[in-house]
Design a protein around this ligand. Structure first.
Ligand code: HDD
Length: 733
């Protein structure tokens, strides 16, 4: 009976996935109502229609004043419900947002796994991804320096599969027993709950010094990875080592990867800090807006696979979560893609109540003896009990799309009503039996051979902590290395205990002596004179963002088109149309939001004025150009000048068209003599600044090879002009 039920459920799920709506979205219908459509009126939670929802029931005198009655069930219910609206926020990763999407398998991985989701290329699997910061509370800012969570719930036909990953491929600690320590040290300090959502304090850096195993990870958190430009532009990593088991029962070790098609890009630190105040929801809105605009973010899904027999062939332990599997040793095999294509309908029941468990894997996927993963497998379910209660898997967002049947019962807020007189197995009716081992959709444990003694220890290779920290640092481009140096200098400067500075600078010498000495000089700490672990000088591929393959794209890049009265309408229209066609988001910005009159043609209403959004919120800025009025308005507007100057300082592509555009540019960044400016009919790119002389600006000419548009597009695709930093230009503005 159960088999049939399961089969019909699977068939139904399969049908729905192939149909107009995916099975997960179809399932939500039962729990969804739309308050803005239909003729509903307000009722109490127990269903009684209410005629007055503004006044508490009172006993009043002739002046209509008097005490409120506790008797009023409607008022009491409303206040009771409000009083209990909050649930405990996640103990880590409290701030986050997410979206629905789909997974498509492009190439079967049946050689290594029997998992349906990784072998059946005809399936489209519904999913939800929640992105998060780690340390801040629910209301903290999006752009803080922190690791980003990348948690994926696949609603597969064989049950939910969660990859609870991060945007950084390694972790601070090797054994889960240390997790409360690393999180206590990283979160706000216990005596005064300061600082919020930052690692720039004594305790965090004290912990890093006391744990050499954290060295590799803290180099990642001090890199640009910890200040992503967008959730859409982050890599995702499963971090832990899992296993894949194929239909012959053979086991492979695996790491999971997600690579964004939007490129891997970051903010710069000055910008990240400013956005924290200007738009604390920057990442949340960016994801929401991209999906609403139909610019669906996509990631390639890949696996790194090591046969069981090769486990010990590396100079690191492949079960150690503080180590990557360098891609020149173990290439990523890309087998699928995910797309996020639907925003949640309501934040709380979907994004806040989603709950992940590393222990939730489906047939064909298993765990390894990675000691971090083993502990995580205990922790996640446990935390959901205090956050959501024991029946958390009945919540609509967490329910699998396949049938669920077992003898678990009761507990707070139980929804399911299970008919029948038995709630145990075995029973006299043979009701609710275990699945057959031969059923490929059931979970069969891998018969791993284990023998040994009971001790608290680690393998010898777990004790090497510096090789990969050096490998990471060496593999970055010079601007990325410089950013790490600045980040460390910032963080240590916020520690007021000189012991912390001194010790950390010693530790940095274990990665790179030059780096340690430069940081020590900046923070005013004694400079280490020697390294106990001299830098081995080795590099590997795909760790640098600036050199990350396939990152140079422009879809969904936000380009501010600066306009003011007297702007050139032809240029504006051409650029706007061209970038929209390329999938970017050109946005008119003016001194005010009332319609702006061009030199000739129709007025344009800006989406932002110069105060409502700064250039920090855009990827690039173009001074459209125009007549004298355009030039005077923007050159004499301090905010406009600051806009351009700041975009230049943040290494963003800056464009200036015609005499007026170039004049404003010169007012903003004129002190930087090295930037070459176009004249006459020429178009020139210099340090990511693209200028078009007076005669180069007209209509279709802009679209030709070597024109403003093609040149600016190339610069835009590179995201930032880092040579401004390496040549010292940004310190001059
Ligand atoms: Fe964790 C949440 C990622 C180690 C215990 N973790 C959480 C989330 C992510 C990660 C993305 C947010 C999930 C969501 O959006 O709801 N955690 C990681 C990664 C780790 C890691 C990549 C290292 C490989 N975590 C880790 C350890 C432990 C935990 C070692 C405990 C032993 N993590 C938790 C937790 C959280 C959590 C306390 C808080 C909220 C939740 O689980 O659902 O159980």
């Amino acid at each position: 009976m159960t088999g049939e039920l399961l089969k019909s459920g699977l068939e139904k799920a399969e049908m729905m996935v192939g149909g107009e709506q995916n099975a997960k979205l179809a399932q939500f219908k039962v729990n969804t109502k739309d308050v803005t459509s239909g003729n509903g009126v307000i009722t109490s939670d127990y269903g009684v229609k209410q005629v007055n929802t503004d006044d508490w029931l009172k006993v009043v005198n002739e002046n209509h004043t008097g005490p409120a009655l506790l008797e009023d069930p409607f008022a009491r219910e409303k206040i009771h419900r409000f009083d209990h609206e909050r649930i405990p926020e996640r103990v880590v990763h409290a701030r986050g947002s997410g979206a629905f999407g789909t997974f498509r398998l492009l190439e079967s991985a049946q050689d290594v796994t029997s998992a349906g989701i990784l072998t059946d290329t005809s399936r489209e699997t519904p999913l939800f991804i929640r992105f998060s910061t780690v340390l801040g509370s629910r209301g903290s800012a999006d752009t803080v320096r922190d690791v980003r969570g990348f948690a994926v719930k696949f609603y597969t036909q064989e049950g939910n599969w969660d990859i609870v990953g991060n945007n950084i491929p390694v972790f601070f600690i090797q054994d889960a027993i240390k997790f409360p320590d690393v999180i206590h040290a990283g979160k706000a300090e216990p005596h005064n709950e300061v600082p919020q959502a930052q690692t720039a304090h004594n305790n965090f850096w004290d912990f890093q010094f006391m744990h050499t195993e954290a060295t590799h990870m803290f180099m990642w958190t001090q890199s640009d990875r910890a200040i992503p430009r967008s959730f859409r532009m982050m890599q995702g990593f499963g971090v832990n080592t899992y296993t894949l088991i194929n239909s012959e029962g053979k086991r492979h070790f695996v790491k999971f990867h997600f690579v964004p098609e939007q490129g891997v890009h970051s903010l710069v630190w000055d910008e990240a800090q400013k956005i924290g105040g200007q738009d604390p929801d920057f990442h949340r809105k960016d994801l929401w807006d991209a999906i609403e605009a139909g610019a669906y973010p996509k990631w390639r899904f890949g696996i790194q696979v090591i046969p069981e027999a090769n486990e010990h062939e590396f100079d690191f332990d492949i079960l150690d979560a503080t180590k990557i599997w360098p891609e020149d040793l173990v290439p990523v095999r890309f087998i699928g893609e995910i797309e996020l294509n639907r925003n949640p309908d309501e934040f709380f029941p979907q994004t806040e109540q989603i709950a992940f468990c590393t222990s939730h894997v489906v047939p064909g996927i298993g765990f390894s003896d990675d000691p971090l993963l083993q502990g995580r497998n205990f922790s996640y379910f446990d935390t959901q009990l205090s956050r959501l209660g024991v029946n958390w898997q009945e919540l609509p967002i967490n329910r699998p799309i396949c049938p669920v049947l077992n003898h678990n019962r009761d507990g707070q807020s139980r929804h399911t009503i299970t008919k029948g007189t038995v709630n145990y197995w075995p029973n006299r009716f043979s009701a609710g039996p275990p699945a057959e081992k031969s059923d490929p959709t059931s979970y069969v444990d891998y018969p791993q051979k284990v023998e040994g003694i009971k001790v608290r220890t680690k393998s010898a290779k777990f004790k090497e902590h510096f090789n990969q920290a050096q490998l990471f640092y060496n593999s970055l481009s010079p601007p990325e290395q410089a950013h790490i140096q600045s980040a460390l200098s910032f963080e240590l400067s916020h520690c007021d205990d000189p012991t912390v500075h001194e010790r950390l600078c010693q530790r940095l010498a274990d990665i790179d002596l030059g780096l340690a000495q430069r940081v020590a000089q900046t923070v005013g700490s004694p400079a280490p004179q020697k390294s106990n672990h001299p830098n081995h000088g080795k590099k590997t591929i795909h760790l640098s963002q600036t050199e990350f393959p396939g990152s140079n794209t422009i879809p969904a890049r936000k380009i501010a088109l600066l306009i003011a009265n007297g702007f050139d309408s032809t240029v504006y229209q051409t650029i706007e149309k061209a970038y929209k066609a390329l999938g970017a988001l050109p946005t008119p910005v003016g001194p005010v939001r009332t319609p702006i009159q061009p030199a000739s043609g129709s007025a344009v209403q800006p989406i932002h004025h110069l105060e409502s959004a700064r250039s920090t919120l855009f990827d690039a800025v173009i001074l459209i150009g125009g007549n004298e009025s355009y030039q005077a308005t923007l050159s004499n507007n301090g905010r406009a000048v600051h806009w351009v100057r700041e975009a230049f300082g943040h290494c963003k592509p800056v464009g200036a068209i015609g005499g007026a555009g170039i004049a404003i540019l010169k007012t903003a960044v004129g002190t930087v003599q090295q930037v070459q400016i176009a004249q006459g009919s020429s178009v020139l790119e210099s340090f990511g600044v693209v200028t078009a002389g007076e005669q180069a600006t007209l209509g279709d000419e802009m679209m030709k090879q070597g024109s403003f548009m093609t040149t600016f597009t190339q610069v835009l695709a590179k995201h930032r002009a880092w040579n401004r930093e390496t040549e010292g230009l940004t310190t001059m503005v």
